[in-house]
Design a protein around this ligand. Structure first.
Ligand code: ADP
Length: 303
């Protein structure tokens, strides 16, 4: 069963901006799917169309087999959305925020209260249920957004930049909660700028650039295609200018840091030989960890 099926989707805004150009995409039920792309790539437009906040120009969108053109209400009931910005009433309690959301789906109050408890417990917010949202920490507010989006048991949860602007500790804890929702069977689509987030969280990934899907595969396969490695080199003595290193792609990050991009087929010995020949002594070296970032930068060509 496809949770989301998008076919030949186009969006041209009134000002003539072509935000989506012939986008086709399928997300299987149970997937943990990342939609990656630089600013202005078309991610929000795509999400907006799926959630019927933005009108498409042409093409088709189906949510669990229900077209947003002919069965909008049914399609919408399958979706939960966590927007980028927290947008709840600052003075309402966490419990009421979740219960009231259920009202939009016509859920009886008794059932809504049960659902609110279930998801506030999952998000480890049950003991905060009577606090007004304003008094919750940033991480708690984001978890409350997820509890609210889940109250009607959507089969597809869409998170728009779920960890934008939060510190690494909160980000990691958010991952745990989002993983749990996926483990319990909900299909997840998230947009993110943090490539590390997609790499550690998601199984599938689509990369969008200037309104077009430029890659659509599994994270594993994408990383397997990577045939270059980037190393960060720390130097013993500061370097004002980098000498020409024949045949090696080396850049100067700062006076004591270089970055070297090496095809996997080439040995490191040669690189070190070239550096030593230029009088450059390397103190330490590490592999630049974010492998997905390399793929991303290669695909999203800004030249
Ligand atoms: P992303 O979410 O990947 O940053 P968006 O979907 O917000 O990208 O934007 C895609 C393109 O559409 C951008 O060029 C943006 O300026 C343009 N755009 C977005 N919303 C509107 C709008 N309401 N009117 C006109 N152009 C828009």
């Amino acid at each position: 069963m496809k949770a989301l099926f998008i076919h030949n989707l186009y969006k041209t805004y009134r000002n003539g901006v072509q935000a989506l150009v012939d986008v086709s995409l399928a997300v299987e039920e149970g997937d943990f799917f990342a939609l990656l792309g630089p600013n202005g790539a078309g991610k929000s437009t795509l999400i907006g169309i799926v959630c019927s906040l933005v009108n498409k120009t042409s093409g088709s969108v189906e949510v669990f087999g229900h077209s947003i053109d002919t069965e909008l209400e049914t399609a919408k009931a399958f979706i939960g959305v966590v927007p980028q910005e927290t947008n709840f009433n600052q003075f309402e309690s966490a419990f009421n925020i979740v219960v009231n959301q259920a009202g939009f789906y016509g859920m009886p109050r008794r059932q809504a209260m049960k659902q609110a408890q279930r998801y506030l417990e999952i998000m480890e917010l049950w003991d905060k249920r009577d606090q007004i949202s304003r008094s919750l920490s940033g991480g708690m507010k984001r978890r409350l957004m997820i509890a609210r989006a889940m109250v009607h048991d959507p089969r597809l949860l869409i998170l728009d930049e779920p960890t934008a602007g939060v510190d690494i500790e909160i980000r990691r804890s958010m991952w745990k909660f989002i993983r749990r929702i996926n483990d319990e069977g909900t299909t997840i689509i998230l947009t993110t700028h943090y490539l590390e987030e997609a790499e550690s969280l998601c199984k599938k990934v689509a990369i969008i650039d200037r309104g077009r899907i430029v890659e659509n595969t599994s994270v594993k396969e994408l990383l397997a295609t990577l045939d270059i490695e980037t190393f960060v080199l720390d130097l013993r003595t500061p370097l004002d200018t980098l000498p020409e290193l024949d045949g090696y792609e080396v850049t100067r990050v700062d006076a004591t840091t270089l970055e070297a991009v090496l095809p996997k087929s080439r040995s490191l010995n040669g690189l070190f030989g070239a550096l030593a020949a230029s009088g450059i002594e390397v103190l330490s070296m590490r592999n630049k960890s974010n492998r997905l970032e390399n793929v991303f930068l290669r695909l999203v060509d800004r030249s």
